[in-house]
Design a protein around this ligand. Structure first.
Ligand code: 13P
Length: 258
């Protein structure tokens, strides 16, 4: 398993801007970075342009969300089938901003994971504790519950292809704040996630799930998450909007052996 560096543009990138950022990124990452897969997740409106722009490049395309049904009366929604058709390979699922602003529950997250697997998309499940949860010493319990409910929802009962799952530990207090977790906090969070995966599927299967860290990742702090922090990659928000900073993170990942 190599390293995975994912850029989550969130609600940023008008179409022209998106093309400009991708052009700059392609120029900086013209050659494959050995052992590193780089994924960009633009907003829905830029996906078709991005697919065209990235064709033949080493960069992969991802989306930031999906609906759980394939089609139907779900005004404003986009299905996993549509994302696959436009050229996505990855989908971010259960980001804390969606849980917070779009009332996304663990049950919805579970269904969305199943929708990804239904069409062969690779989901990146986001979990993370809030500041009050952290202060109350509930981090391990919270992460365990989020992982368990996402993967064992009684309503979905679908199979879980472990090799096609990535889990990103994104402590809410570290997102967009400039206050990245310390590598030791990252290691503890990933350990809690890994322990829950082992409980669910056993040790061998759990090791096949890639674990990322996200939350104020920069070119300056990224290495610590992979060395001391034990993450196999990063989910990058703000710094992914700067092609120079994001490519520096991807290139740094190629220098830290797995
Ligand atoms: P920042 O890198 O801007 O903190 O965002 C992290 C994130 O939410 C990525 O999904």
């Amino acid at each position: 398993m190599g390293r995975l560096i994912v850029g989550n543009w969130k609600m940023n990138g008008m179409r022209q801007e998106s093309r400009r950022w991708l052009g700059a990124l392609k120029a900086r990452l013209a050659d494959p970075v050995p052992g590193v897969e780089v994924v960009i997740c633009p907003p829905f409106t830029s996906l078709a342009d991005a697919a065209e722009e990235l064709r033949g490049s080493v960069l992969q395309l991802g989306a930031q969300d999906t609906h759980w049904e394939s089609r139907g009366a779900y005004t404003g929604s986009i299905s996993a089938e549509m994302l696959a058709e436009v050229g996505c390979r990855y989908v971010i699922i259960g980001h804390s901003e969606r849980r917070r602003y779009d009332a996304e529950t663990d049950e919805i997250v579970a269904r969305k994971l199943q929708a990804c697997w239904r069409v062969g998309l690779h989901p990146i499940l986001c979990v993370g504790e809030s500041t009050p949860e952290r202060k109350a010493g509930m981090t391990v319990r919270r992460l365990g519950a989020q992982v368990r409910l996402a993967l064992c929802d009684p309503l979905t009962h679908g199979p879980v292809p472990v090799a096609s799952l990535t889990v990103a530990y994104e402590p809410i207090w570290a997102i967009g704040t400039g206050l990245a977790a310390a590598p030791v906090d990252c290691a503890q969070g990933l350990e809690a996630i890994s322990a829950e995966l082992k409980r669910l599927w056993g040790a061998e299967a759990a090791t096949r799930v890639a674990l990322l860290y996200g939350g104020s990742v920069t070119a300056a702090n990224c290495k610590g998450f992979w060395t001391e922090g034990g993450a196999s990659g990063a989910l990058v928000g703000g710094a992914s909007l700067d092609p120079e900073a994001f490519s520096a993170i991807a290139l740094a990942a190629g220098k830290v052996a797995r």
